[in-house]
Write a protein that binds this ligand. Structure first.
Ligand code: MG
Length: 203
């Protein structure tokens, strides 16, 4: 199968260090539980520009490059790589590209040509949506945490594995499987693989 994977809060724990950084900068305590929709500035009760400026500082300080992989994510990707074609699809801003390449290179066996930068909420850089990229690549499964990307992909018939988070808790769709860990995600991928007509025959 072809499997696409998001980075932030799918492969890495980005939310916890990022919310600590926002708390420091804005002088008010924010936790991941407070973030119940996708647009950060609404959770932070600041302008979109302020939120973006602090995100850029988080990157410039080197903290984005130091985010930690989620439990078992590295082992899981290494395992998946043996049987499937893997892509990373992120909607990080384009100025984070090198940091993103370096992070992937440090942790995962995925080449730069399989790392794709999709459209972000600011619609900068004339990029394609994750769902359109998935369609073009013929992706079977998208692993994601952001509700708007997940629902777009599910509506185009792509199976979505959704990492459970406060910002996606209301989302439901027949092609969407909610998981709390990479161990659960791996079970779901295996199940989808067994049901897939595209799997290679064992002759
Ligand atoms: Mg994400």
């Amino acid at each position: 199968m072809k499997i696409a994977i998001d980075i932030d809060d799918t492969l890495s724990n980005t939310a916890d260090p990022l919310f600590s950084f926002y708390s420091l900068k804005l002088g008010k305590k924010f936790k991941r539980e407070d973030h119940i929709q996708y647009e950060l500035h609404k959770t932070l009760n600041c302008t979109r520009e302020e939120s973006r400026k602090i995100l850029n500082e988080f990157h410039q300080n080197g903290q984005l490059g130091e985010v930690l992989p989620l439990d078992y994510s590295i082992e899981a990707v290494n395992e998946l790589k043996k049987k499937h074609e893997l892509f990373i699809i992120t909607s990080r801003p384009l100025q984070f590209k090198q940091t993103t390449f370096d992070w992937i290179k440090k942790h995962l066996p995925i080449k730069e040509s399989n790392i794709i930068f999709a459209e972000d909420i600011y619609k900068e850089g004339n990029r394609k949506s994750k769902a359109n990229i998935c369609k073009e690549l013929g992706i079977n499964i998208m692993i994601e945490d952001a509700a708007h990307h997940a629902i777009d992909c599910a509506k185009t018939g792509i199976k979505v594995i959704l990492f459970d988070n406060p910002w996606n808790e209301k989302l439901k769709h027949k092609d969407l499987t909610r998981v709390k860990s990479w161990k659960e995600a791996m079970k779901s991928i295996e199940k989808t693989g067994k049901g897939s007509t595209k799997r290679s025959s064992k002759t």
